[in-house]
Design a protein around this ligand. Structure first.
Ligand code: AMP
Ligand code: ZN
Length: 115
């Protein structure tokens, strides 16, 4: 399958790893929009948030557990934001489910991400 994030998981494309376990992989976003900008992705190919169902929602739950662990380990003491973009209007550019983890600055809030 021609999927950028599947290739990153397979090690075919280099990435800056932050965390990995049997279910998920986390790495630095190549084009950060905040001082800390990580992506957490499931190790199975899920096309996006609209493809989450009872068969794969365990990955989403685990991704939020991992986000909390990374935040605690790295000391995001003042908070962090988790975002997923789904579909064209939201600007999803990679069609492998991913959650952006943003931290390191005081963020605003708007439908255009607020960052
Ligand atoms: P989205 O626009 O929500 O689909 O997010 C895709 C994200 O993937 C963007 O923030 C990109 O900067 C990021 N991205 C694209 N290619 C790479 C890569 N090779 N390594 C790390 N992050 C990437
Ligand atoms: Zn994929």
């Amino acid at each position: 399958m021609d999927c950028l994030f599947c290739k990153i998981i397979a090690g075919e494309i280099p990435s800056a790893k932050v965390y990995e376990d049997e279910m998920v992989y986390a790495f630095k976003d190549i084009s950060p929009i905040a001082p800390i900008h990580y992506l957490i992705i499931p190790k199975v190919h899920i096309s996006g948030a609209s493809a989450i169902d009872e068969s794969n929602s365990k990955y989403v739950a685990h991704i939020f557990e991992v986000a909390a662990k990374i935040a605690a380990d790295e000391g995001f003491a003042d908070g962090y934001r988790v975002i997923t973009n789904c579909g064209e209007d939201a600007g999803q550019s990679v069609h492998h489910l991913h959650f952006h983890v943003l931290a390191g600055k005081k963020m605003g809030w708007s439908a255009d991400s607020g960052v």
